[in-house]
Design a protein around this ligand. Sequence first.
Ligand SMILES: [Zn+2]
Length: 395
Amino acid sequence: MLQQKYYEEPFLKTFQTTITSKKRDNGQYHLVLAQTIFYPTGGGQPHDTGFINHVPVVDVYEEDDLIYHVVERDIEEQQVLCEIDFNRRLYHMEHHTGQHLLSAVFLDEYGYSTEGFHLGTEYCTIDITTSHLGEEKQKVVEDKVNAFIRETIPITSYIVSPKELELLPMRKAPSVSEDIRIVEIADLDYSPCCGTHLTNTGQIGLLKIIKTEKYKGMTRVYFVCGTKALSDYVDKHSIITQLSTLFSTPESELLTRISSEMEQKRGLELELRKLQEEMLEYKARDIVTENPSSFVSFDWDQGSIEDAQHLASNIMNLGPDTVLIGVGDRLILTHDGTEDFHCGNFIKEHALPRGGRGGGSAQSAQVFFSDAEAKNKFKSYIETIFRSQTHTEKQ
Ligand SMILES: [Zn+2]
């Protein structure tokens, strides 16, 4: 295909060419150019974006040996200026070439071959044939890859016939009947590939494995390269610097410092819980002393719903059999089970007709009201019933 200028000069950012054909589809225009610097989606690498005569190119695809450039509006001129989003292209090349190198080193060092490759916008992944990749192996591979990067090994690409392919030291030769494009990292890796690549390993700059996870019996390795690896470092450095200031601790001691802070926090939480429980016991005693009755009712906004339920059970341990507590927009009704009374049924029967929503078990129920006045009215209603009648009558 003569169209593929991006193979001859993968670093070309702008290019003058001509439109050779055009078709209209769904309000968009699909242009074919005499030659193009726009890479079409394929081989795991996303398409380039950019402009043709300042009109945005939203998609690039290959069909029947032609490369189509999708633009949102018609371009009348035949002579056009193409401009690609070079940062996007460079990101793709850094990661695609980085992937070839990383896959080659995993195979050479440990015999793990690459079964999957995904080039995302934030990172790149490969799936390698091992169910467990230890930290040590990961470091060996990462160090080796970065050593090859520093060696600035030349990268070339060429088309070979099936016969010529047999003579190449391919790790896994594809069975093809047609000519095929090979990307070679000199003497190190020969891969069949249709992507755009850097011209030497040094241009990858840096490769960092950022995490690994188990994936369908294999290991998925996440990594970043080049400019993305630098921006990842910049972001992480900024976070570490801020943490270091926040904890007034040198970076090297941050981990120990945060671990001990967390341990201290857990201890304080336990201590606080203990004190809260003691406080709820004192509170229960105060309430029962002030209201020596089998039914106790009050408002309480000093704790959570769980605390209120805890407080109610402390109160019942001291004698009263029924407790009504107003907490925010709801009421909690609890009963100690000594009589045939069902809190949930009581709420359903009496609160629902008065605009409340709720329910619960025999010994504990809750009811919500959307306005405070209705809640207070219902609270007074329950108080009247419980203070004037026996429980059996309340049912
Ligand atoms: Zn490739």
